[in-house]
Design a protein around this ligand. Structure first.
Ligand SMILES: Cc1ncc(COP(=O)(O)O)c(C=O)c1O
Length: 398
């Protein structure tokens, strides 16, 4: 490496280390749905987004392997293969992706859907296809980075309102030239706090000012709503009130990728204008087949969602009894706010020594001074895992 670059990187690394902000990747071995091994030590994983325990489901793995071998049942005869080999507009769009789009559009209650390779890509696609420099977006201050990046990279102005504060959203609206604000963007279930967006009020604001409503329910899908459709089902808001609905596959479905569900006209705009759709290889067909299988399991096995909620309750009751301060979340994401970065890291290390994996989430993922342990629960956790975690936390924190 050339000296100027090396010096620059070393300076940045030193600053990150001093602030407790250095991040590292650690290769894990998966032992079972919730146990991983790190450097020879077994840890119960409390920081995965595999909320329903589908990531290691044998049927999902089989669907992927069968699709790669070209076995789609008797209905379809295809050569199989792994990669899609081209972008969707060239020749990478195949029947498994289309079937997945139709199944998701029907289940979520939208006219059509577009599958892309990641949730991050989905939000960039929406920004790019639907916004330009003359637009402004009202966004919750705690929105996921991909919503912010989607708006900003399109050149739109992002007006961030206080978390879940509709009055502040209205005030921010009033501060912008009225014809510029075209969208409200929000997480459904907030990724770092686990609380819910005030969707009925957001929909009302969108109605009143004729704004598009862009909702990313990566963490609500599969978790909330009677059938697991997500926050709109849970809060009784019609899907017609949501103009662009994003669900990612790397959480409840346990696979990878994302879908944008919307009216057909909006999907057509994405296909024609989103550079991440036009200039990127389409999702691998076996991944689409595996995701379709996971979606069927999500629909058929509602006991997974019930077990997840039993586990969430069990964690909250035990933590409260142990004197651990909880945030106001009734979802799988349970943040334990620590504040200081280095203390959060020390607690995460202490938990790892006691056999539990829970990462310290620090800025810029969360606001400065709000470092936390982000505990995530899964239907695959057993009561003894949760009891052990809370005992370890009590030991370290109280
Ligand atoms: C709310 C939200 N949206 C989008 C994403 C990005 O999805 P993906 O991991 O599929 O890129 C995430 C996290 O991964 C998320 O939490």
């Amino acid at each position: 490496m050339r000296p100027a670059l090396a010096a620059r990187l070393a300076g940045q690394r030193l600053a990150r280390g001093q602030a407790g902000l250095e991040r590292v990747r650690e290769p894990l071995d998966r032992i079972d749905p919730v146990v991983v091994e790190l450097d020879g030590k077994r840890l119960v994983n409390f920081c995965s987004n595999d909320y329903l325990g589908l990531a290691t489901h044998p049927d999902v793995a089989d669907a992927m392997a069968r699709a790669a071998r070209g076995d789609f049942g008797n209905r379809l005869r295809q050569s199989g293969g792994v990669g899609s080999s081209a972008s969707a507009l060239v020749s990478g769009y195949t029947r498994p992706q289309r079937e997945l789009e139709r199944a998701l559009a029907d289940f979520l209650g939208f006219e059509d859907a577009l599958v892309v390779s990641s949730g991050y890509q989905a939000n960039l696609a929406i920004g790019q296809a639907l916004l330009d420099r003359s637009d402004a977006v009202l966004g919750d201050r705690l929105n996921h980075a991909s919503l912010n990046d989607g708006a900003r990279l399109a050149g739109a102005r992002l007006r961030r309102y206080r978390h879940n504060d509709i009055d502040d959203a209205r005030a921010k609206m009033a501060q912008s030239p009225a014809d510029r604000v075209r969208w409200i963007a929000s997480d459904g279930v907030f990724s770092m706090d686990g609380d819910l967006a005030p969707l009925p009020a957001l929909a009302k604001l969108a109605d009143r000012h004729d704004l598009g409503l862009w909702l990313d329910d990566a963490h609500g899908f599969g978790v909330v709503g009677e059938k697991g459709r997500g926050i709109h089902e849970h809060l009784g808001v019609s899907s017609e009130k949501i103009d662009a609905f994003v669900v990612t596959f790397g959480k409840s479905l346990g696979t990878q990728g994302a879908v944008i569900a919307a009216d057909r006209a909006l999907i057509e705009a994405l296909v024609n204008r989103a550079r991440g759709v036009i200039y990127s290889t389409a999702m691998a067909p076996p991944l689409a087949a595996a995701t379709g299988c996971a979606l069927n399991l999500l629909k058929q096995q509602s006991w997974r969602r019930r077990r997840l909620h039993d586990n969430i309750r069990c964690f909250c009751e035990r933590a409260a009894a142990a004197g651990i301060a909880l945030a106001s979340s009734a979802t799988a994401i349970q943040p334990i706010i620590i504040g200081d970065n280095i203390r959060a890291l020390a607690l995460a290390n202490g938990l790892a020594e006691r056999g539990f994996l829970a990462r310290a989430i620090r800025p810029p993922t969360v606001p400065i001074g709000r470092a936390r342990l982000r505990i995530t629960l899964s239907a695959a956790h057993r009561p003894e895992h949760i009891a052990g975690l809370v005992d370890a936390m009590e030991d370290l924190m109280t």
